[in-house]
Each structure stands twice: as structure tokens, then as C-alpha cells.
Design a protein around this ligand. Sequence first.
Ligand SMILES: Nc1ncnc2c1ncn2[C@@H]1O[C@H](COP(=O)(O)OP(=O)(O)OP(=O)(O)O)[C@@H](O)[C@H]1O
Length: 470
Amino acid sequence: MDAINKTPKEIVGLLDQYVIGQDEAKKAIAIALRNRYRRMQLDAAMQEEISPKNMLMIGPTGVGKTEIARRLAKIVHAPFTKVEASKFTEVGYVGRDVESMVRDLVEVSVAMEKQDQFKNVRADATQAANKRLVKLLAPAKKKENKNNNDFSNMMNMFSQMQNGQMPTAPSEQEEVTDEIRNERLSLTEQLNKGLLENHMVELEMDDPQQASATDNNMLGQMGIDLNDTLGSIMPKKRIKRTVTVAEAREILVSEESEKLVNNADINHDAIKRAENTGIIFLDEIDKITKGSGQNSGDVSREGVQRDILPIVEGTQVKTKYGTIDTDHILFIAAGAFAESKPSDLIAELQGRFPIRVELNDLSKKDFVRILTEPNNALIKQYIALIGTDNVKVTFTMEAIERIAELAFELNHENQNIGARRLQTVLEKLLEDLLYEGPDMGTGDVTITESYVNDKIGDIVQNKDLSRYIL
Ligand SMILES: Nc1ncnc2c1ncn2[C@@H]1O[C@H](COP(=O)(O)OP(=O)(O)OP(=O)(O)O)[C@@H](O)[C@H]1O
């Protein structure tokens, strides 16, 4: 929650590390976020009066609309989900399906919350996992029960209960001899020193296939959790696998963490987190306006807008984790609006998206910056990737400018796909290096302007070819 109170300037500063240009959009989104925080500081009566203001981003494809919203979410640790509004006009979608975007957001929120709460109990869970690991590496001997009769078994269980222990069934009774105890001590020491990480160990675990079969089901979409419903009558299937100690620890830590956290708390906190900080990115909003496309389908498009409206206005949606209020969720709608205008949206929806920003087409200069400046810039990514083959790649400034120029030309001659073009161009440019890298041995490679021209210059000139390749 605390990350949401960053000032607009701080947010913009952080966005600048990832998104080039689009200053207006960055500023607007930072204000939208701050306003949500400001509204939440007010008393309930005042909050009622101030309706949350959502944002509409207008701009061509690939210029950073999604990137800005997704980054913002990351910066403030907010649950984020992206949905294409046009998908709700597809055959098979019915009114209530628009609520699925809210459920998706809650899923993301639960995963985030779980991760956070798991982190809090990590130390304790690791300790418990290590204890179990030692027992797996040096298992106790099955106790030979000489007086194997019902009466002695019962007495045994009774005395365990008297000692405050959980009674074990006779078949599970185990014996830890001094020899095993010593072995375990030595294993604990080795484990703590990290000497056993690659040792193999047999482990019993939940069947991951069973888990995925019961998640993501149709009932789940209706707010019913099949795991909860059937969990009590359908035992979890356990399977045995041989894995390294390092892998086994991760599995055991996760099992132990499950025991240490409270699922009801996680669900409750996740719902609150999604309610107070969630961001839903509604892409292709222009595709559900009346003016978009041919005349047919206007009714269904307007119908989708009417279905979306209550969610944006604030309603309650049932999910399998609890009921969520959509009042404070920040909605960011986006679209190119090439064939339609925001005023083609139904009036009520227009009113809910009063913050409007236009994002600019990217210039050749922007491309140069996108290639090199962001923390995760494409050039940095490729240098790191190829570096794993012990090949050190450097790009001259002229080469980078040429790449940007070719990408820009391609966008204008073929289809304009914005910064996404840089990815296809770079992939083709570096194809040989990516293929041959591992066989080159250690070496340095400099990508010069003529290297760029040699590798992709001809393809760019050949319009038919470039349409397919770049
Ligand atoms: N201004 C920018 N600065 C840095 N990277 C950018 C910028 N614009 C686009 N990119 C990169 O290009 C890719 C596509 O951008 P993004 O997903 O934001 O497109 P978009 O504007 O949302 O378009 P669409 O509506 O088609 O999804 C991303 O990988 C993103 O990192």
C-alpha cells in the first residue's frame, strides 16, 4: 500500500527509466494514481462525492501505451491486468463475461499477496524444509513391532497422545537409531554449508497436473472454487519424483509456507489490494465504438460498452476469493482511434474516462533512445544474451542509428507497428551471431553500420521480402 503514495514526480522519474518520451501520458497517469490515493484519504461522505477519474490513452500501436501502464503497476506493486475490449464482441461472449476482467485482476492480486506473505515466512519455512530434507536423506528405519497386536498398538498410540503428540498409525512407527541421528547431524552441517545442493533425493509431492485441472475451470469463473468444494471429499493426489536437493527444498519450502500462512487472510488481503490499487488496462476500446468497422455489429459493440459501464462506475463482482468492489480500481482505456473518435463511445462511458492523453508516433531519434537508454533496452538485452556464449558484442553509434533509421523506414513503407519493429529488425540483424555464438569460442564482435547494411540493407530495399521478414 505504501508505494501508492509516491508523488507524481517520483512516478514520472521512475517511468522515465523504462519509457522514452510520451511525457504527457506519464504525467497524466501519475496524477491519476495520486488522485486515487488522495481520494482514499478523505472521509467516506466526501469520497462518495468524488467519482474516480479514469484515463483514456489515444495513440497508434506500439508507442508505449501498455508499457506505461504496466510499468506503473510494477513500480507501485499494484495488481495489473490487460484485456482487449474487442474480445467481448466475439461470438460466444455474453454480458456477464466482462466481469472476467475483474476476476483476472483478483487472480493476479492473490498471486502477488501469496508471494508477499510467503516471503514473510520464508525463514521459518526454510528451516522446516531443511529438517524434512535431512529426514529424506537419512530416513528412519521402520520399527519392527514384535508385539504386533491390536492392544499394544492402541496402548502405544494412547501414550503418544498423553505426551501431547499426534498418534501415529502402527505401520508408520519409525525408529531413529543413534547411527541415524549422527548421520542427520552431519547432513545438517553439510546442508547448511550448501554442499548437498546437487544430490538427488526422492520426494513425495502434490501432483501438479491435478492442481491445474481443478484451477481455471468454468465454475471458477462463476465464483465457485472446485478445489474448495471437492477438496474435502477428493484427496489430493501425491506423486513421487527424484529431484536435486535444491529443487526439493523449493518444493518443501512452498509446502511449509502453505502451512504457515492463512489462506483466508491471503484472500481477504488480495481482494483489498485489488480494490485499492488494482489497474485494469482496457485495450482496443476504439473497436467497440459505433463508428468502428462496417455498420454491422453496432448493437453488440454498444452492448459491450453498456456491460463495461457498471464495472467502471463501481459495482460488486463475485469471485472465488470473495466479493470485490470495483469503485477504486483504476481503469486505463486505450485505442488508436484511427476510424472512430472517443466521442463515438456512449456518453456515460466517455464521462468515466475524463483524463485524455495522446501519445505521439515515435521518431527515428526516439528509436535510438529506445534501443539504448531504458534499463531493459533491447541492445542491452542482446549484449547480455550473446555474452552468455562468451562473445562480447559492441554496437557503434552509427550502427544503432542505422538500425533505428531502417526500422523507421519499414514502419512507414509497410505497416506502422511502432517500437515493436525494433524487435524484428534486431532479431534478423543478429540471427547469424545468435546461431554461431556458441561455436565461436571467446571473442569480440563489433556491429558497425556496414554490418547492419550487409545483413539487412537488401531486405529493407526489397519491399516484398521485408514485409515477410522484418
Ligand atoms: N516510448 C517507448 N519507450 C520504450 N519502449 C517502448 C516505447 N514504446 C513502445 N515500446 C516498446 O514497444 C513494445 C510495444 O509497446 P506497447 O505494448 O506499449 O504498445 P502499445 O502502445 O500499448 O500498443 P498496442 O495498443 O498495440 O498494444 C514494448 O515492448 C515496449 O517496451
